[in-house]
Unconditional design. Sequence first.
Length: 215
Amino acid sequence: MGINTFKSLKNGNVLFETNSKEEIEALGKVANVKCGDELEANIHKLRNPRRVIINTPEDISTENLEDTLIAQNPDHNWKKKDVKEKFSYETKKHIRNLVVVLGAKTRKLLLQKKVNLRWLICKIEDYVVANKFFKCPTFNHRFRDCRGEETCPLCVGRHKLRECTAFPTEFKSINCLMYNKYNQNKTICTNHSSLDKNCSSFQAILEKYRQNIDY
């Protein structure tokens, strides 16, 4: 079997990554048989996919969504508990979206399809986000865990976003700057803001997130 990654974690565990699910299962079995008295090998479980239903009607909530989807979309052959409601949110353009959790098989049935909700035909797509904190602004930590300095997401200045006076030509990404600091032999472009959806660091975080989803 091929081992792609082998590293120690802060909690004392050791992480292995292989080329396939079959290889990691074989590795876990061998480790538990030979080292079961001293070590415990656990296979990382992938998350269920999340999809977002775009522009959902106001009277559709997390409580009545499943029944409505089943009743109004018989061609999808949904059954109870195929769709687990998650949460709804509203965009800056006042478009109401609803995020649901699906099994991998159910997601595949919905690829390239839309769903009927009340009198609307709603687009549905994968919901993949990277948690970003606007104080730093780096990824994947919470407010109470943040140890970073106040940093503008547009120009990396020591001020709040609303106080920024930088022109687009002066934008810098703090995440890409940090990447280049530790990867000087493979630098990436930094001439964009941390809010840019095409930012290399942002796209790398999204890809890492996708790798942990059961697609």
